[in-house]
Design a protein. Sequence first.
Length: 222
Amino acid sequence: MKVISYNLRKHRAAGELAALVDEHDPDILCLQECDVPGLPDRIGGLVLADATQGNRLGLALFYRESTYRLQGIRTLGLKKSLHDRIAKPAHERVLGARLRDIDDGGEFIVASFHAAPLTALNSLRRHQIRAALAELATLGEGLPQLMVGDYNYPVFKENLGQAVRDQGYALSLSDDHTYTRYRVFRGHYDFATSSGFEIERITTLPQRSSDHRPILVTVRPD
């Protein structure tokens, strides 16, 4: 299964999505910082599962309709940072879907995630990530789970990795930096947490018009 995650930089990169899907042929597309009313219902062979409605910077999830059936959807609000309370960019920071493979009947959970910005403490982002993983698991107890997106966590990933492992999940980074706009902030921002999946590779795709580079996650069930 191939999953692309892309932060659109306040929807500026939305015009690239059709070409991105055509070039890399993902099964699932997870987006952050969308203008939800401006999203199409379909992109190539992918159909919109759902998108957040209460956010200025929204989340969206598309999936391959010919391969999967949507079994459930959930959006989650998480503990807010000071920036969230003042600027109100995103009330809902997780959008999860339970999907069933049409051929073999296997089910799994996949989610698009956008953590609080760099003005927040890493401890808050760790709290958000732990809460997101726990709540997503309620979509289907024991199902494989993959959460991709903008984690806004460029440094001290050892602490995050340990917190995620303590919860029974794996933390996986891509093969190159995903944020390159400002030299001082460059690093891995966009990655994946998972359980019940083998992460074969995570490829950082070429820079486009967003300040984030898309990542392509290739996984298979354990």
